[in-house]
Design a protein around this ligand. Structure first.
Ligand code: KG4
Ligand code: ZN
Length: 393
């Protein structure tokens, strides 16, 4: 079964071809550089860019998989959650493709895609990761922070979630205060390596709450207070320097690399006056990261215990997905704390971590196996706030 899948839920236009759960091609055109100039995603710009890029990325995905539209058996598209007018672009286009080619459409929940990013099969048609139900998924992205219990394919129960900001959003907001560009998660991770994570004590708001819920807005406020108190100007001396490098760089990857390089350079600079400021920046980044991940660790332990107590079974597999799951500090901490208790799984390729159509296609494959296709295309509408536990199966 060949699936053409699409995701336009936020700032990436992505299309992939999946055959029986294996990702044949996974193409993506990022708008991140455009949004970097504004410090975040601008919806109207995102919509226009998706409309412009989608046909091009479809071509690239088909070519990459050496197939044509006539070879496609099923179309799949993210219906939500996400940015309404961005979702609309992908949904409209794929509804039209499905009608034109008389092939069924699977409407996929974006978070379901993040869950299934760890289910992608390898070239031998075997799952790269073999996890068993019931499993626990921890989704950590720019829009979500949630624990999802899966007893079977397509069955999702939210066991806990953030009550305000998502963890990735907190990374991005703190990064913005420190003028680290957008998205700031990878840069915070990198400069935190040169910081002292014990210099500042940051709050873990929900540490003692008797549920699986989390909160990240207090951490963001605490970071803002620190920035105001400890740094003369949040716009650090090196910011202008790496901003110029970012502007002149061609690709997103390159710009991330440049930012990190210039910060490393700045930290090692001999100018003692601003060196303190730079060290403070790295220390705030490290202290923030420590607290942000600590909350996940505390809550994961709570949720694992709660499932054992309330449902009477042990979770043996913990799948962690979403953009923040790329963070190596997070992985190290999870391995240290839970390595003996559960099998920990992360998506096998970097491309499957952040928003991409490959994961949407893998989720669509498991939906298609159950015959879970969209019934009435006419009335099928985008669902910007679609919760994973509202997905029908
Ligand atoms: O899953 P994703 O690509 O998009 C959403 O669905 O939101 O996640 C993007 C988020 C951003 O907030 C970004 O700053 C964060 O993931 N992120 C990271 C890292 N890489 C990406 N956060 C912390 N450390 C990282 N290495
Ligand atoms: Zn996502």
């Amino acid at each position: 079964m060949k699936i053409l899948a699409c995701d336009t839920s936020c700032d990436e236009t992505s299309v992939a071809v999946i055959e029986d759960g294996r990702v044949l091609s996974n193409k993506l055109s990022s708008q991140i550089q455009m949004h970097q100039e504004w410090g975040g995603v601008v919806p109207s710009l995102a919509k226009r860019k998706h409309e412009e890029l989608l046909p091009v990325v479809i071509e690239r995905a088909l070519k990459g998989a050496k197939v044509t539209l006539d070879d496609i058996d099923v179309f799949a598209v993210t219906r939500g959650p996400g940015l309404a007018i961005a979702l609309e672009v992908g949904l409209k286009h794929f509804k039209e493709l499905s009608l034109k080619h008389k092939k069924p459409l699977v409407a996929v929940n974006h978070m379901e895609g993040h869950v299934y990013s760890t289910f992608a099969k390898n070239s031998k048609g075997k799952p790269e990761i073999s996890s068993e139900f019931p499993l626990l998924a921890l989704l950590v992205s720019g829009g979500h922070t949630e624990f999802v219990l899966m007893r079977e394919h397509g069955q999702y129960e939210i066991i806990g979630q953030t009550l305000d900001d998502a963890i990735g959003e907190a990374f991005d907001k703190v990064g913005r205060m420190l003028d680290l560009g957008y998205p700031a998660g990878p840069v915070i991770e990198e400069i935190a390596k040169q910081g002292n994570e014990n210099r500042y004590e940051m709050p873990i708001p929900m540490r003692y709450s008797k549920d699986g819920n989390m909160s990240y807005s207090g951490l963001k406020t605490a970071a803002m207070k620190l920035v105001n108190e400890e740094l003369k100007s949040p716009l650090n001396a090196y910011a202008e320097k790496f901003k110029k490098q970012v502007e002149s760089s061609k690709s997103y990857e390159r710009s991330q690399e440049n930012k990190v390089l210039s910060i490393q350079y700045a930290v090692h600079s001999k100018e003692t006056e601003i060196r303190d400021e730079r060290q403070v920046t790295c220390d705030i980044a490290a202290s923030f990261q420590k607290a942000a991940i600590e909350q996940l660790l505390v809550k994961t332990e709570f949720v694992l215990n709660k499932i054992e107590k309330d449902f009477g079974f042990k979770i043996l597999d913990l799948n962690i997905g979403g953009g923040v799951a790329q963070n190596m500090y997070l992985r190290k901490k999870f391995r240290e704390k839970f390595g003996k208790r559960v099998r920990l799984h992360f998506p096998t390729s970097k491309r499957l971590h952040t928003d991409n159509a490959g994961m949407i296609g893998v989720a669509a494959y498991y939906n298609a196996l159950r015959g879970n296709f969209a019934k009435d295309l006419e009335s099928l509408d985008r669902a910007p706030n679609w919760r994973i536990d509202q997905v029908s199966h």
